[in-house]
Each structure stands twice: as C-alpha cells, then as structure tokens.
Design a protein around this ligand. Structure first.
Ligand SMILES: [Zn+2]
Length: 351
C-alpha cells in the first residue's frame, strides 16, 4: 500500500467535501483494526511523479498551466483549487500509483493498493471535479511504456463517471474501460451513457453502466456479474486496475447510490477472485473517494480487505441501510440488456 504523510496536503479547504485528513484517518482506522497484520500489507512511501510520468497522459500545455496556477495559488475551477501544497501532494499520489505498478510488474507483490488515489476526472488537457492529474491513466501509461504491458482492464467503481480516464483511452483497444456509476442525468459530470462505447481502434472498449439513484448492493453486484465478469473472462487482461472509494455508499453526501460497507467488501472480493482467475492475481486497487468522513474509513477498510483476500467482513455498518426502491432492479436489467445489445458486435460473450 502506497501512502505518504504529505498526501494530507491534498486538502481542498474548509467547507469543501474533499479534506486532507481522509488519508491519515483511514490509516489509523486500518491500524486500529489490525488490517496490516491480517492482510500481510506493508506501507510504501512513494517518490513524486516525474515530468515524464505526467506527460505520458497530459499535454505539456496543461501541465504548465497547473504548475503556474499552483505557484500563483489560483484554482483550476470553482471546485478544484490548486496550490503548491496540493501540487506536491498530487505528484506524490501519482507517484504512489506508479510505485504500485512497479511492485506488481516486478513481481514483488501481486496486489497493490494506491491509498488516496483515483483522480479520474482529469483528462489529457483538462482537470476538474477535485482532480488535477489522472493517476490511474498515468499508471497504465507507465506500465505500457516502461514495463511492456499490453492489456489492461480498468474498472471504475467510483459513483461518478470517470470521464478523464474514459477520454484518455477512448480510441485505445489495449485498455478495456468499464465504469459503473450513478445515472449521469442525475450526477456530475453528466456523461457516461451506455452508447459511449469508444471510437476508432477503441470501439467496443469503453463500457458504461449507468445506475439509477437508490441502487443498492444486490442490484449493483448483479450489474458487475452481468458485465464485468464475462468481459474480464473474454478480454483476459494482464492486470486489473480498479478505482473508486466510498462515494457510492448510502450515507455519502455527494451522490445517491445505496451501497453498504459489506457491499464494497463483496465487490472488491469479486474483483480479486477474477484477477486470480485471469491474470495471476495481478490487481491494483485505488481507494480515494468518499465525502462522508464518518463512513469513509470503514468503507475503505472493506475495499482493501476484499482486494487482499480476507475471508470475511463483520464490521458494524454505520446505520441501517435504506431499502432499494422497487424500480431500480428493473431499470438496471433494462440498462444491462441495452448495453449487451450495443456491445454484441465486439464481444462474443454478448453475441
Ligand atoms: Zn466520485
């Protein structure tokens, strides 16, 4: 697991939902519950990402702009502030993702956790949605150019659509990008519809699963089993990269899906089982989002526990989860049917 104390500098300010204490709070919670021993996990301190690491996925003009904004302490946009401290943290967090890639590709570990990572709203030449550098894309590009990896499956389980990651690999068949997220008509960034399936060489390699507000564990996991599992078996990636955090939890303030911590555990257990099945266990998990500080450490614990193969998860849920509205399951079945129809010409499993 990669982590640096200076990650705490990624603090977007008083009143902002993204505060810098999230990282250390999660680490304390993990320690208090013995996660590092149970999971045989070690903490690794990353070096900052280099200019080369950034330029594999971002344009020079954009990187220059971010460095300039940081020096002048000016925001990128209204919800994405930039400062020298935030820049330093962003470089370390991106470095953390690359360190995970190094550990897994060099065979030092089969699983790695990029704690605090997953800035999926940053594209080649834009930022936004609290994100300045796309560490998920930087990891993929690093593995491609430095480690000769050829086939990646990126599963974006954040409640928001990962528009930046999707855009960066939209015409790239080496990256199968699957995103489960709340229906974009009801949530930032307003993109991520089923018919956005990629273009050029990458046509069929961008898979969006929009879910209605209210979707709970069973329906969410049903969607994962219907889409992710057949695709991972057919595509056979060399590595699975999953990014998200706790913002699909029922008590999160920024979105309206209804997952529980147990649901997160089952989700990441499922991802791990498939990594074990198709790519010798190679899995890098990013755990970074979440806007209810009261449930964030619990959900991040659940996600890490599932990814590293703990057999059970018996932690107490924060409060009683809401009941899924009855229309959700039917709506998701329709979305899955529609998506399989759109993808049937690209994937045997859906034909
Ligand atoms: Zn999010």
């Amino acid at each position: 697991m990669t982590f640096h104390e200076k990650y705490g500098q990624y603090d977007l300010g008083e009143g902002h939902p993204f505060r810098g204490d999230r990282f250390a709070n999660a680490i304390s919670f993990f320690k208090a519950h013995g996660l590092f021993n149970l999971a045989n996990l070690t903490l690794l301190e990353p070096k900052p990402a280099s200019m080369e690491d950034l330029l594999r996925v971002h344009s020079e003009g954009y990187v220059d702009l971010i460095f300039r904004l940081a020096a002048e302490n000016k925001p990128y946009d209204i919800e994405t502030p930039v400062s020298p401290q935030i820049l330093e943290a962003a470089l370390l967090i991106t470095g953390g993702a690359i360190e995970c890639g190094k550990a897994v590709s060099d065979g030092k570990a089969t699983k790695a956790i990029s704690l605090g990572g997953g800035y999926h709203h940053a594209g080649r030449d834009y930022g936004g949605g609290f994100c300045i550098f796309n560490d998920v894309a930087a990891l993929v590009a690093y593995l491609k150019t430095e480690k000769n990896a050829r086939k990646f499956l990126v599963l974006d389980y954040d409640v928001h659509f990962g528009n930046g990651t999707s855009d960066i690999f939209y015409d790239d068949a080496s990256v199968l990008f699957i995103s489960l997220h709340q229906d974009p008509r009801t949530l930032y960034p307003g993109k991520g519809f089923t018919w956005e399936i990629g273009e050029g060489e990458g046509e069929g390699y961008n898979v969006n699963v929009p879910l209605p507000p209210g979707t709970g564990d069973d329906t969410y996991l049903y969607a994962v089993k219907e889409i992710f599992i057949p695709l991972v078996e057919e595509f056979k990636p060399e590595i699975i990269i999953a990014n998200g955090g706790s913002d699909a939890h029922f008590a999160d303030m920024l979105a309206d899906l209804n997952l529980t911590s147990k649901g997160f555990f089952e989700l990441s257990s499922l991802i791990r089982e498939n990594a074990d099945k198709v790519c010798d266990g190679r899995l890098i998990l990013f755990v970074g989002s979440g806007y209810n500080p009261k449930v964030l450490p619990l959900c991040w614990y659940a996600l890490v526990a599932g990814a590293v193969g703990l057999e059970e998860f018996n932690m107490k849920e924060y409060s009683i989860p809401p009941v899924e509205p009855p229309f959700c399951r039917k709506k998701v079945e329709e979305v899955i049917g529609e998506l399989k129809g759109l993808l049937r010409n690209y994937w045997r499993c859906f034909s």
